[in-house]
Write a protein that binds this ligand. Structure first.
Ligand code: MUC
Ligand code: MG
Length: 373
């Protein structure tokens, strides 16, 4: 008799960040994870994490809505079902619940973690097999202060932690942002790759002006300069400039990826398990992108260790991550709820070992950081 899903518990976990993290739409001082604990009839527990940025300022799911929608709508679809067939359960969730990709991502992660533990295999092997054990990781400079960002970048370079940096811009006037970015690039010179993420803040005319200046300053990648839905304009920008565009909010899943590629987009896609309803959906987008000649980038929703590990298992299966990854979420947090942190060194992070995600909870820390009301 195969194992069935017995219970699904959700917890909101509030973790302070090491400094303020300033994006175009919000400034974070704390990150809220939704932890999923999925218990099965064979005694195995699968862990998953659903995380977004800044309440409802980044996207249409908030930590509180994720918890409510898992508890009310998604968990009842799964409880009592055989747990080993992840594809069947993904289809069941998609048939009965629209959207809610972040919530679904945590549930798929918990199913994969449980199945990996059951079979004694890492999640990457369930997804076809790891092609790398160490993945490149950039760091995001977003203190809101040019000099602090430069000091932070040199520290990370000296520690051999990161040698690529993404600057969050779009909250200030275009010219001020360009000055800020150009000053950081000039200070770092050839020691580092510098990219920007505008998080949808510009209109097309501002983007044309800003990108031209950023291209001249030696910036290597321009992430989501304009609103997510403006596909035609993003395609035009990708054809106009030789600095590549990275589609992030514009490309949630394989359907978006197909539409952009068919429309003539050239550049790269940011893969995120949170956007694509889990590791499998993110890999579907990756395979589509590869077929269309579009570069890949392992993206984050600033998850803690559990969500970051789930993404790492997925990205490790890809033979070509042309733009590396940004799986630094745990490093932005002052603490986490796991027993062993991920190992960051030599400008990247190791794929965790062991069955499932290879991550264990620290129950004391969970009790400490769990939202109590
Ligand atoms: C985003 O839009 O890419 C990733 C890194 C970071 O600092 O913010 C996220 C979200
Ligand atoms: Mg982005």
């Amino acid at each position: 008799m195969s194992a069935v899903i017995d219970t699904i518990e959700t917890h909101l976990v509030d973790l302070p960040t090491i400094r303020q993290h300033k994006l175009s739409m919000t400034t974070m001082a704390c990150q809220t994870l939704v932890l999923v604990r999925m218990r099965h009839s064979d005694g195995i527990e699968g862990l998953g994490e659903a995380t977004t940025i800044g309440g409802l300022s980044y996207g249409p799911e908030s930590p509180e809505s994720i918890q409510c929608n898992i508890d009310t709508y998604l968990a009842p679809l799964l409880i009592g079902e055989p747990s080993a067939n992840v594809n069947r359960l993904r289809t069941r969730m998609n048939r009965h619940v629209r959207g809610n990709a972040i919530a679904k991502s945590a549930l798929e992660t918990a199913l994969l973690d449980a199945q990996g533990k059951r079979l004694g295999l890492p999640v990457a092997e369930l997804l076809g097999g790891a092609q790398r054990e160490h993945l490149p990781v950039l760091w995001t400079l977003a203190s809101g202060d040019t000099h602090k960002d430069i000091d932070e970048a040199f520290q990370r370079l000296d520690d051999r932690r990161h040698c690529s940096f993404k600057l969050k811009i779009g909250a200030n006037a275009v010219d001020d942002d360009v000055r800020h970015v150009a000053a950081i690039k000039a200070a770092l010179g050839d020691r580092a790759s510098v990219r920007v993420d505008v998080n949808q803040a510009w209109d097309e005319a501002s983007a044309v002006r800003g990108i031209a200046a950023l291209q001249d300053a030696g910036i290597e990648l321009i992430e989501q300069p304009i609103p997510a839905r403006h596909h035609a304009a993003l395609i035009r920008l990708s054809q106009r400039f030789h600095v590549p565009m990275l589609a992030d909010e514009a490309v949630q899943d394989a359907q978006d990826g197909f539409a952009l590629a068919a429309g003539g987009f050239g550049g790269a896609y940011a893969l995120k398990i949170a956007k694509a309803a889990g590791p499998s959906g993110a890999l579907e987008l990756a395979h589509l992108a590869r077929a269309a000649g579009i570069g890949l980038y392992g993206g984050t929703m600033l998850e803690g260790t559990i969500g970051t590990a789930a993404a790492l298992h997925a990205w490790a299966t890809l033979d070509d991550l042309a733009w590396g990854s940004e799986m630094f979420g745990p490093l932005l947090l002052t603490d986490d709820i796991v027993a062993e942190p991920l190992r960051y060194h030599d400008f990247g992070v190791d794929l965790p070992r062991g069955p499932g995600l290879g991550i264990q909870l620290d129950e004391d820390k969970l009790a400490h950081y769990r939202r109590k009301h």
